[in-house]
Design a protein around this ligand. Structure first.
Ligand code: MRU
Length: 355
C-alpha cells in the first residue's frame, strides 16, 4: 500500500515534500541550512506533530554538519543558536521540543567523550536518522493497538491529517485505520476538510485515495449531521500535545467533533506517540495555542474568499479528556483515569536502544 514520504535524510541534505502544494503537485526541496529547515516548518512545507519533530532533529543535524566552527567550543555556541532557531517555529506540537531535547542530550554526551568534530557531526546525523526510524516503528505499534478498537465494518471519521505525511511513518490516526483496513476490516473513512488549511481535503483525502482506502470527503459543518445519521463506528484523530490529565490539543475543530461524538454515542479516540505527552503540565489550559495568519482564513491557496476583515485563526483547540474514550500509543492503550494511565505508559520500559 502506498505510503507517502514527507521527509528523508540524504547525502545532499534534508529532502522534504512540499505539503502546501499537494494534491496538485508533488514537489520536493533539498535543504542544506538549518535556518531553511526552520522556515519550512513555520511555513508548513512539513507539518504534523511527529514529522515536525523529525524535521527539527534533521535541522539540528544539518546545522552541525554544515557548521563552519573551527573548534568544539565554537560549535557549542552555534549549537545553541541552531536549537533556539528551530524551537521558535511552531509552539503547540510538543514533539518539536522533544526532538530538540533529544538532540541536545546526544550532543552533550558527544561533547563529554569526543573532541573530534567529524565524529560529532557523524553521530548527530545518525541520531536524527534514528529519530526518524523510531517514528516509523512507533506508528506501526500505535496502528496495531488502535486497530483493535475499529469496527469490523462501516464508517469511521478522522480530522486534519494524522497520516504518513504527518509522521514520516504510516501515520498515527491514519496508521490505525490503515492497519485495521489491512486486517480486513471493511472501513469507509469520513474525512472533514479541516478549514482553514484544508489538511483533510488536500492531504488525508490524497493519502487515503493513493492507499486505496475508501473515503468520503465532507465539509466541517457536516460533522454533526453524519455523527447523528451516518452510523459512524469510531472517530480517531492525532494529537499535538497531551497534558497529564489527558486533555489533548489537536487541529482546530477536533473539540467540537469530540463533543458531538459524546452526544451521539460514538467513541472518540486519540492516536499519538509517547513523545506527544507533556506530563509537565497538569491540564489542557497550559497548552500554548498557535495563532496563525488570518490570511489563511480569508484566502484559499492565495485566492481571497472573504472581504478585507478581521479573521481569527487559532490553529489548535483542546479536547477535555472526559470526551476521549482511549488514547492509543506505541506502548499500549491509555484509558481514564488518564493521570494514572499516561504516567504508567510514560514510565513503562522502553525498547532496547531507544531513548
Ligand atoms: O497544523 P498541522 O497540520 O501541523 O496540524 C496537524 C494536526 O493537528 C495533527 O492532527 C497532529 O499534529 C497529529 S499528526 C500525527
Amino acid at each position: 500500500m502506498y505510503v507517502a514520504q514527507p521527509i528523508e535524510w540524504t547525502e545532499n541534505g534534508v529532502v522534504m515534500l512540499d505539503q502546501r502544494r499537494l494534491p496538485a503537485e508533488e514537489i520536493s526541496y533539498t535543504y542544506v541550512d538549518y535556518r531553511e529547515v526552520a522556515k519550512a516548518i513555520r511555513e508548513m512545507v512539513i507539518r504534523g506533530a511527529p514529522a515536525i519533530g523529525v524535521a527539527a532533529a534533521m535541522g539540528v543535524a544539518i546545522g552541525v554538519q554544515k557548521s563552519q566552527a573551527n573548534s568544539v567550543e565554537e560549535l557549542k555556541l552555534e549549537f545553541t543558536e541552531i536549537c533556539d532557531t528551530l524551537a521558535r517555529t511552531r509552539p503547540t506540537a510538543v514533539d518539536l521540543f522533544w526532538a530538540l531535547e533529544r538532540m541536545k542530550v546526544r550532543f552533550t554526551e558527544l561533547m563529554a567523550s569526543n573532541s573530534e568534530m567529524n565524529k560529532i557531526r557523524e553521530a548527530m546525523i545518525a541520531e536524527a536518522q534514528l529519530v526518524h526510524l523510531e517514528k516509523k516503528a512507533t506508528d506501526e505499534a500505535i496502528g496495531a493497538y488502535g486497530a483493535e478498537y475499529m469496527p469490523r465494518e462501516g464508517q469511521v471519521m478522522t480530522q486534519c491529517n494524522a497520516g504518513a505525511l504527518a509522521t514520516g511513518g504510516i501515520g498515527t490516526a491514519l496508521g490505525v485505520i490503515r492497519v485495521a483496513y489491512q486486517q480486513g476490516r471493511k472501513l469507509h473513512v469520513l474525512v472533514p476538510e479541516t478549514r482553514p488549511y484544508l489538511q483533510g481535503a488536500r492531504l488525508t483525502a490524497w493519502e487515503l485515495h493513493r492507499g486505496g482506502i475508501p473515503l468520503t470527503l465532507i465539509t466541517d459543518n457536516m460533522v454533526g449531521h453524519f455523527l447523528k445519521t451516518g452510523k459512524v463506528g469510531a472517530i480517531v484523530t492525532g494529537a499535538d500535545r497531551i497534558a497529564a490529565n489527558g486533555d489533548t490539543a489537536n487541529k482546530i475543530g477536533t473539540y467540537q467533533i469530540a463533543v458531538l461524538a459524546k452526544e451521539n454515542n460514538v467513541p472518540f479516540y486519540i492516536a499519538a506517540p509517547i513523545s506527544t505527552f507533556d506530563l509537565s503540565i497538569p491540564d489542557g489550559s497550559h497548552i500554548p495555542i498557535e495563532e496563525r495568519s488570518s490570511d489563511e482564513v480569508t484566502h484559499i491557496q492565495g485566492v481571497r474568499i472573504a472581504p478585507d476583515v478581521k479573521a481569527a485563526h487559532p490553529a489548535f483547540d483542546v479536547t477535555p479528556s472526559r470526551y476521549i474514550a482511549a488514547i492509543f500509543t506505541e506502548r499500549g492503550v491509555a484509558k481514564a483515569p488518564y493521570t494514572e494511565s499516561l504516567r504508567a505508559l510514560s514510565n513503562a520500559a522502553r525498547p532496547a536502544g531507544s531513548h
